[in-house]
Design a protein around this ligand. Structure first.
Ligand code: HEC
Ligand code: HEC
Length: 373
C-alpha cells in the first residue's frame, strides 16, 4: 500500500510516465529529454573538461559508477574523492520529493544518500559545482559551456530565444532538461527478468524462486520490508526501495581515499563519520540513516552501501545475516540509531544466502524474454 501511494505521488508531483506495467523500449525521447541526455553525456561541462554525469552514472553499469577500484567517486581532478559511493541514477525519478510522512513518522524520498536535494532538478544543479566532482566555479561557467555546445540551438528552440542569456534562468532549464532525461524510459526501462516474471512473461529458476521467497519472508531475509517486491494494484512494478531511511550499522570504510583527502575537502580527516540524514534534518535521532537504495541493476553497481564498504552481493547478505553474531564486522560507522529489529542475526544457511544473491541477479535490466513478443 505504501508503495502505491508513493507511486501516485511520483506521478502527480513529477509528471512522469510512472507506474506503467509494460516497458516501451522503442519509445522516442521527448525533445526536452533528448536535450537533457546531450548534457548528461557532455564531458565538456566539467572544469577542466573530461567528466560528465555519465562518467559516474554509466548506462552499462546501471547508471552507477563504472569505476570499481575506489569505493567512493573520483572527481575530474583525479586526486579528489567524494565521501560516498555513487548510487544509481536509474529509477531515482520515482523517489518522491523529500518530505516527512506524519502518518508513518519518518522521512521519505529526496535525492542523495542523505536526501539533501528534494527533487531531481535540485539534485542536478549540484555535481557541476562540486569541487570533488565536476568542479565548475559557478553556474555561469556551466551556462557558458552550454552556450558553446552544439545543442545550444536545440536549447533555445525548446525554452525560447534568449533562454541562455540569463544565468540563473538558464541553469534552471539545464536542471529541468537533465531531470526530464532521468525520467525517460532510458533510465527506467523495467526490463529485468524479474519484471518479465511479474508480468507473467518469464519463469524464475528454482534457485531464483527460493531466493525471492527468502527475500520476502519476514522470518527469513525480511528484505522486502525495505526493498519491496510486489506489484501495485494498478499493475505498477516494484522499485525495490521504499525510499525511507535507515542505519544498518554498516562499518566505516577505512580504505576510502576520502579519509586522506586535503583538509579543504575533509576537515575531519580520519575522524570523518557520515551522519547521513542527521545532517540534512539537523536531528540527532536521524544520525547514521541513509536512504534505502533501489536494488534494480544491483549486480552491475558494486561496491555497495553509502561508503562502498562491501564489494560483493554475497558479502552484503552475509552482513545482514550475521552482523550481531560475528565480530568480523566490527563497529558500526555510526553507533546511534542502528536498526536492531530487522536484521543482524537472520540465521540463514549458506545455501539460503546464495539463493538470495541469485534472486538479486534477476533485477538487471535488458533481459530478453523468450516469449515476450
Ligand atoms: C564524480 C562522480 C559523479 C558525477 C560526475 C556525478 N555524480 Fe551523481 N552522484 C555521485 C555520488 C557520489 C552521489 C551520492 C552523493 C551523496 O549522496 O552525497 C550521486 C548522486 C546522484 C543522484 C541521486 C541518486 C539517489 O538515489 O539518491 C542522482 C540522481 C545523480 N547523482 C545524478 C547526477 C547528474 C544528473 C550528474 C551530472 C549533472 C551527476 N550525477 C554527476 C557521483 C557523481
Ligand atoms: C530496515 C531496512 C532494510 C532491510 C530490512 C534490508 N535493507 Fe538492504 N539496504 C537498506 C539500506 C538503508 C541500505 C543502505 C545502507 C548503507 O549504505 O549503509 C541497504 C543496502 C542494500 C544493498 C546495497 C545497495 C547499494 O546500492 O549499495 C543491498 C544489496 C541490499 N541492501 C540487499 C538487502 C537484502 C538482500 C536484504 C535482506 C537480507 C536487505 N537488503 C534488507 C535497508 C534495508
Amino acid at each position: 500500500m505504501k508503495f502505491l501511494r508513493l507511486c501516485f505521488t511520483g506521478l502527480i508531483l513529477l509528471g512522469i510516465q510512472a507506474c506503467q506495467s509494460d516497458p516501451a523500449p522503442t519509445e522516442q525521447l521527448s525533445a526536452e529529454a533528448e536535450l537533457g541526455k546531450a548534457m548528461f553525456f557532455d564531458t565538456s561541462l566539467s572544469s577542466p573538461a573530461g567528466q560528465s554525469c555519465a562518467s559516474c552514472h554509466s548506462p552499462q553499469h546501471g547508471f552507477a559508477d563504472p569505476d570499481q577500484l575506489f569505493p567512493v567517486s573520483q572527481g575530474v581532478h583525479p586526486e579528489r574523492f567524494g565521501n560516498r559511493n555513487t548510487p544509481s541514477a536509474a529509477y531515482a525519478a520515482y523517489s518522491p520529493a523529500f518530505h516527512y510522512d506524519e502518518e508513518e513518522g519518518l522521512y521519505v524520498g529526496g535525492q542523495f544518500w542523505d536526501g539533501r536535494a528534494a527533487t531531481l532538478e535540485a539534485q542536478a544543479k549540484q555535481p557541476f559545482l562540486n569541487p570533488v566532482e565536476m568542479n565548475n566555479a559557478n553556474p555561469e561557467e556551466v551556462v557558458n559551456k552550454v552556450r558553446r555546445a552544439d545543442y545550444a540551438e536545440q536549447f533555445e528552440s525548446l525554452y525560447g530565444k534568449g533562454a541562455l542569456d540569463e544565468v540563473s534562468q538558464a541553469y534552471e532549464y539545464i536542471a529541468r532538461a537533465i531531470a526530464a532525461y532521468e525520467r525517460s524510459h532510458e533510465l527506467n526501462p523495467f526490463t529485468s527478468k524479474f519484471d518479465y516474471y511479474l508480468r507473467g512473461k518469464a519463469q524464475l529458476s528454482e534457485q531464483e524462486m527460493r531466493g525471492l521467497k527468502l527475500f520476502e519472508a519476514e522470518n527469513k531475509g525480511n528484505c522486502a520490508a525495505c526493498h519491496p517486491t510486489s506489484m501495485g494494484e494498478d499493475g505498477s512494478l516494484p522499485l525495490l526501495t521504499d525510499f525511507t531511511y535507515d542505519n544498518l550499522g554498516s562499518p566505516a570504510n577505512l580504505e576510502s581515499p576520502f579519509y586522506v583527502m586535503d583538509k579543504r575537502f575533509n576537515p575531519d580527516g580520519s575522524a570523518f563519520r557520515d551522519f547521513g540524514l542527521g545532517v540534512t534534518t539537523g536531528k540527532t535521532e536521524e544520525n547514521g540513516k541513509v536512504k534505502v537504495p533501489t536494488l534494480r541493476n544491483i549486480e552491475l553497481t558494486a561496491p555497495y552501501n553509502h561508503n562502498g564498504v562491501f564489494t560483493t552481493l554475497r558479502q552484503v547478505v552475509d552482513f545482514y545475516n550475521t552482523r550481531d553474531v560475528d565480530e568480523k564486522w566490527g563497529e558500526p560507522e555510526i553507533e546511534a540509531n542502528v536498526n536492531r529489529d530487522e536484521l543482524g542475526d537472520l540465521k540463514l544457511t549458506e545455501q539460503e544466502v546464495e539463493d538470495i544473491v541469485a534472486f538479486m541477479k534477476t533485477l538487471t535490466d535488458g533481459y530478453e524474454s523468450k516469449d515476450k513478443n
